[in-house]
Design a protein around this ligand. Structure first.
Ligand code: WTA
Length: 648
């Protein structure tokens, strides 16, 4: 596996303090081992016990039925996520506890108690009903990070509608594809959102998308910026006007545990994003428990996960997990360096954040901006730190630990995926020693295995292989929306009978997993998943482009940078202007996160005799390697490689 190189050697081991251990939900390695063993030996007993901490309208008959790839969890049980996240707490002293603390990029602040959020969600649930949304209907949510995003999600789950949240940074085209695939009936958007002082024109994008995506009957628009926006009478409605007219009582719909909860699109190794489908009972139970134990969450905590709700991290660990636990969750709308690079640290001090969960890319950016910015703030309320989305290099880990955590806060490096629904591999902060760069141990009920290309378990410590999961876990995806064959092919065909994650990993002698990154054609750019083929098809949709091949290059800040090799059609000449135009074109077709960092023109791409592009070679060339390693005997034209290197 050639991605190991980015990981520096760091042999030091860090331990949680005695004080932290003593107060932790899981305070020793023995306790972890005991529960882990139980979770594998008796999954039904284990998960049944966890699920009974939540409310069920009808109890399940069987905790687990069937096996991979099609397990069923909590069969026969009826429950509701919004009920468990809100009503359950409103009936207790938590009624007036802050559920959501929100800060807008320009600086506004809103605090919603559990009671407030409960009422707002019910009103919006009634709004959706009035617009004709029924159980099972899909609702697309294309919003900035505003409380209305959480309200809309919870309102959907309250009435059994299936939400599909599309990240506000995606383009009109990407939004249209996702609406069409889900056949959404209602779209919820805003007149705009703030980002780095500018305004993201969400409503314009939505209108553009709806020219093509015709299933949408109603558009609900949140007034966020007050900008003038185009309006289609009859179809478009202001959120606040609909809410004014809606009652604040709407009973939660009892839903079958295996009914669809939400769809979330993610990039895979083909051009088309996949709609990952999660179902109610298992997702709810798993996300509830992981939030509680991985973040050692207590009622006194102020918990802040900096992810956008457009990603799975935002679903599971900004909205659902914290609210299921009755916690206070912080939501921030904007950029980490707006107006200055200490915005995060201001927020930590202002609200007394005790748990902070963010991405390695953000940490590396903070390192670059200098420790002067965090040092201007106290940060003394923090007690636990977390990372997610990409491997964290030990240097960034140590900086996070020392400069932000002052050597006092354990760090959880959580490995998981859109498909897994919740955290799968991590240390538990009061139980485990931490090894920078290693995610840690499997969470309860998770049975990982590292397999070689012959599907044999890799037994030697520190030997790399494919990371697979061999047992069903409650929050696993159930299918790819509308494409059950792709579900099987993508996840269960590479290594028959087990779930293949797409990641490489190795396990050390203590059973700690180290994630090596994707082994398929998926890039991880600043913690965001992007399919190389998605970017390639965006490039070839430009009139000048004949062929394109996209690879990742190691990048000190973003983890991976996007490099595009492009051949031009007759009549087009390479130029700096065209290069910039192509970058802008990709940003327009997919969204700014997919903008290539580098476009290289070439007269041919290296291909095998059967016509497959040899990305492995392009990766080496993009990384600036002088000597091309590995077998090139299947190359159709060897001279292409030399010309590509010269063209650098
Ligand atoms: C990568 C994000 C190393 C991995 C929750 C995975 C990580 C992909 C980690 C999923 C981590 C996530 N260490 N790599 N702690 N967490 N990844 O679906 O390659 O956006 O397959 O889910 O991110 O990305 P996704």
């Amino acid at each position: 596996m050639d991605r190991i190189e980015g990981v520096l050697k760091e042999e030091r081991v860090f331990y949680p303090s005695e004080a932290f251990r003593k107060q932790a939900h899981i305070g020793s390695e023995e306790e972890y081992e005991r529960l882990y063993r139980e979770s594998l030996e008796d999954p039904e007993g284990f998960w049944g016990r966890v699920a009974s901490e939540l409310h069920w309208f009808t109890p399940w008959q069987k905790v687990l039925e069937g096996d991979l790839p099609h397990p069923k969890w909590f069969v026969g049980g009826k429950t509701n996520l919004a009920f468990n996240a809100l009503d359950r707490h409103v009936q207790t002293w938590r009624r007036n506890k802050a559920a959501l603390i929100w800060e807008g990029e320009p600086g506004e602040e809103r605090v919603l108690t559990y009671h407030d959020l409960w009422r707002e969600v019910q009103r919006f649930a009634n709004v959706l009903k009035r617009l004709g949304v029924k159980k099972g209907d899909r609702v697309t949510i294309y919003l900035p990070m505003v409380p209305e995003a959480a309200i809309a999600m919870l309102a959907c789950t309250r009435i059994g509608a299936v939400h599909s949240v599309v990240f506000g940074g995606f383009s009109a085209g990407a939004l249209a594809d996702r609406i069409k695939d889900a056949e959404a009936k209602v779209l919820i958007t805003a007149d705009g959102g703030y980002r780095r002082g500018g305004i993201v024109p969400l409503k314009q994008n939505a209108d553009e998308a709806l020219k093509d995506a015709t299933s949408v009957e109603h558009v609900v628009v949140v007034r966020r910026t007050g900008e003038e926006v185009p309006w289609t009478p009859g179809r478009d409605h202001w959120w606040h006007e609909l809410m004014e007219a809606a009652s604040d009582r709407c009973e939660a719909e009892p839903m079958e545990a295996e009914e669809p909860l939400f769809i979330l699109y993610t990039s895979g190794s083909t051009g088309k994003p996949k709609g990952v489908l999660h179902t109610l009972g298992g997702y709810m139970t798993y996300v509830y428990l992981t939030t509680k134990l991985v973040f050692d969450l207590k009622d006194e905590d102020v918990y802040w996960c900096t992810a956008d709700v457009g990603w799975i991290t935002g679903h599971s660990y900004v909205v659902y997990g914290p609210l299921l636990n009755g916690a206070t969750t912080v939501m921030y709308e904007g950029a980490p360096n707006w107006p200055e690079p200490d915005r995060f640290w201001r927020i930590v001090d202002k609200y007394g954040v005790s748990i902070l969960y963010t991405a390695p890319t953000a940490i590396r950016a903070f390192m670059k901006w200098g420790e002067g910015w965090p040092l201007k703030h106290r940060l003394d309320t923090l007690r636990l730190l977390g990372t997610v989305g990409e491997p964290i290099n030990p240097e960034a880990w140590l900086w996070y630990y020392n400069v932000i955590g002052k050597g006092r806060c354990p760090i959880v490096d959580t490995w998981w995926q859109t498909e897994t629904g919740g955290i799968m591999i991590t240390t538990l902060p009061g139980a485990h020693a931490m090894k920078p760069g290693h995610a840690g141990k499997p969470f309860f009920g998770v049975k990982p295995e590292i397999l070689d290309s012959e599907h044999r378990p890799v037994e030697n410590p520190d030997e790399g292989g494919h990371l697979c999961i061999t047992r069903p876990w409650p929050s696993m995806l159930r299918t790819v929306w509308g494409d059950p064959e792709r579900f099987l092919k993508q996840y269960f065909s590479q290594h028959p009978g087990v779930y293949f994650t797409g990641d490489g990993a190795r396990r050390d002698k203590d059973g700690y997993y180290l994630i090596l990154g994707r082994v398929d054609d998926v890039l991880n750019v600043a913690g965001h998943r992007l399919g190389t083929m998605e970017i390639e098809s965006a490039l070839v949709s430009h009139p000048a482009v004949a062929e394109a091949a996209v690879v990742g290059r190691p990048d000190p800040l973003k983890g991976e940078a996007i490099v595009a090799f492009v051949t031009l059609k007759e009549g087009y000449q390479p130029s700096d202007a065209l290069r910039e135009e192509l970058k802008a074109h990709v940003a327009k077709v997919i969204g700014p996160i997919a903008r290539p960092d580098e476009v290289r023109f070439t007269d041919a791409l290296p291909k095998t005799r059967s016509g497959k592009i040899m990305r492995r070679l392009l990766r080496q060339i993009a990384a600036g390697e002088k000597e091309i390693k590995g077998d090139t005997s299947t190359l159709e034209d060897r001279s292409v490689v030399e010309r590509l290197k010269e063209g650098a």
